[in-house]
Ligand binder design. Structure first.
Ligand SMILES: [Zn+2]
Length: 297
């Protein structure tokens, strides 16, 4: 037992890790290649990244399994390696971090659309998530984080698949929203209220948002979740929106800028704060420090 839910219910606020993709690219992952291929070819790089985030103060470190469902891996012809890819990712994090760090299994979209918008049946989506999560849970993690979801149908199928594989594992489910003049919606038109209700009904213990926004929008998203949910909220904010400068993707929010918004996140019932695209170990250190200061200050 991780005791994660007990810790959150007692009011503890945990710091999660930051971006994975950009650190892999810095270490040589070619853009357009399958990030999960590196679980097989370069586990030492995954260990290094997990160690960097744990040393930076992350109490929750994620596995490199965001695209580890067989439906997503089939895009690269790697679905036959589903079990191996997911198992090696868990092992790399476990090997790199101390026993008090919680290991969170990242689980992202399949990249396929459900009928009638796309060509996939719900049963195929469920089977894909179940296969990935069975491999992960057999290896042993402390929580599952279903993230960057935009379609509520796929998100709820993922949560239900996780719940069918384990009745006790803490499940977080987060969606990615865009700010429109009518408020926040995912690209598939899901509101925060709809997400909060449906994800909890499907079996999620923790709800929230990751990616797609900088920290100011994430404060507003957390406030909206807090209105519609009694569950702990997870926020993993980008370091702003990506900008192209000299053919390089740049994220402009500094660790200090993001950390200054931590008190407002805590007032909105956020129980886990981490980073998404553009965040670095320095961002995680600043977030952890701000959480500690708010508690004691
Ligand atoms: Zn992101």
């Amino acid at each position: 037992m991780s005791g994660l839910m007990e810790r959150l219910k007692s009011g503890e606020v945990l710091t999660a890790d930051g971006a994975m993709g950009s650190l892999l690219i810095e270490r040589g992952l070619p853009t357009g290649d399958c990030p999960e291929r590196w679980n097989l070819d370069h586990p030492e790089v995954l260990e290094e990244i997990a160690r960097l985030y744990a040393e930076a103060g992350a109490q929750i470190v994620q596995t490199n399994t965001f695209g580890g469902s067989p439906l997503k891996l089939s895009h690269y012809g790697l679905d036959i390696c589903t079990e191996q890819i997911n198992v090696t990712a868990v092992r790399a994090v476990r090997k790199a971090v101390s026993a008090d760090v919680l290991v969170s299994a990242s689980c992202g979209p399949t990249g396929r659309m459900l009928k009638p918008y796309g060509d996939v049946e719900p049963e195929e989506i469920s089977a894909a998530f179940e296969r990935q999560l069975k491999a992960i849970l057999a290896e042993g993690v402390d929580m599952i984080c279903i993230e960057t979801m935009m379609d509520l149908g796929e998100a709820t199928l993922a949560v239900q698949a996780a719940r069918s594989v384990s009745t006790t594992i803490p499940i977080a489910a987060t969606m990615t929203f865009d700010l429109t003049k009518h408020g926040f919606f995912t690209v598939m038109g899901v509101t925060i209220e709809q997400a909060a209700i449906a994800l909890a009904e499907a079996g999620a213990d923790i709800v929230g948002s990751n990616c797609g926004n900088g920290i100011d929008n994430m404060v507003a998203i957390a406030e909206e979740f807090h209105k519609h949910s009694n569950q702990p909220i997870l926020i993993q904010s980008n370091a702003g929106l990506p900008e192209m400068v000299d053919n390089q993707i740049v994220y402009r929010e500094t660790p200090e800028f993001m950390a200054a918004r931590v008190p407002r996140l805590l007032e909105s019932g956020v129980g886990i704060i981490g980073g998404c695209c553009g965040t670095t170990p320095a961002h995680i250190t600043a977030l952890r420090t701000a959480i500690k200061q708010h508690r004691t200050g």
